[in-house]
Design a protein around this ligand. Sequence first.
Ligand SMILES: NC(=O)C1=CN([C@@H]2O[C@H](COP(=O)(O)OP(=O)(O)OC[C@H]3O[C@@H](n4cnc5c(N)ncnc54)[C@H](O)[C@@H]3O)[C@@H](O)[C@H]2O)C=CC1
Ligand SMILES: O=C(O)C1=N[C@H](C(=O)O)C[C@H](O)C1
Length: 260
Amino acid sequence: MSTPIIVMGAHGRMGATIAQLIRNDEAAELAAVCERAGRGEGLELLGCEVGEELGAVLKNHPGAVVIDFTAVQASLSNARVCAEHGNPIVIGTTGFTPAELDELRSIAEKNPTFWAPNMSVGVNVLQQVLPELVKKLGPDYDLEMVELHHNKKKDAPSGTALKLAECLAEARDWDLQEVGNFSREGIIGERPKEEIGVQTIRGGDVVGVHTVYFMGPGERIEVTHHAHSRDTFAQGSIRAAKWLAGQKPGKLYAMADVFA
Ligand SMILES: NC(=O)C1=CN([C@@H]2O[C@H](COP(=O)(O)OP(=O)(O)OC[C@H]3O[C@@H](n4cnc5c(N)ncnc54)[C@H](O)[C@@H]3O)[C@@H](O)[C@H]2O)C=CC1
Ligand SMILES: O=C(O)C1=N[C@H](C(=O)O)C[C@H](O)C1
């Protein structure tokens, strides 16, 4: 059984990668791609429908799963359109505010909707094991993070860093919105115990590196995830799309649901 998939942002770094991997996947079909007006050049070579307006494309592909790695407002709009048409949607876009994520959760009650800020196996396993490390090391270990990405990334900190920092905070029964420190400058005083620092580095063509530091008395532990290729994210999104095709609405699904 082949899953028909529509890829949004097919000229983008992620959209182009996902479209190519679908074309080489016997269990998936590239039904259509969408891009903004003026960015469709060459997409006809993919051998599928090429559109600009998602609603018009969905009329031709009932039941197809949409994969969207675009931009915050585009993804929110595309999630609403998919809900109108009953097409499941897998969203990888990052940079949503808490209120915008709440809107996605509301849409997910009516239409199969999936969101993950990082679709690699490694990062999603880290989300499950980091809390155990936090608890075993105990409160004397300060928690910090650094993330590195390419110089074309538009949001900061990364969605992955925020998600991993949330895992750390929850393991300490903290609220990241209260303890997160995303920028340090000037005479900042001594570091509070109840703090998680998240620092951002941008440059070159780094696909994605996330390091968590557990900084204790006389020692530290560093846990780093290196993404070598966007294929790792793209394969995760296609796996999620195949899984989502058989799901009913009810919650904003995540990679943990796919791996369960
Ligand atoms: N969840 C994950 O595993 C990953 C998430 N991302 C996130 O995915 C997003 C995109 O990343 P990149 O591909 O590097 O960005 P990009 O800028 O290369 O690609 C985005 C594409 O979306 C298109 N687009 C924007 N609005 C659109 C609309 N309304 N309709 C159709 N197409 C539209 C743009 O024209 C562009 O081609 C970012 O938020 C990034 O953080 C990136 C890699 C992995
Ligand atoms: O923009 C990117 O490239 C990436 N963005 C995601 C994020 O914001 O965490 C995932 C990955 O790190 C690559």
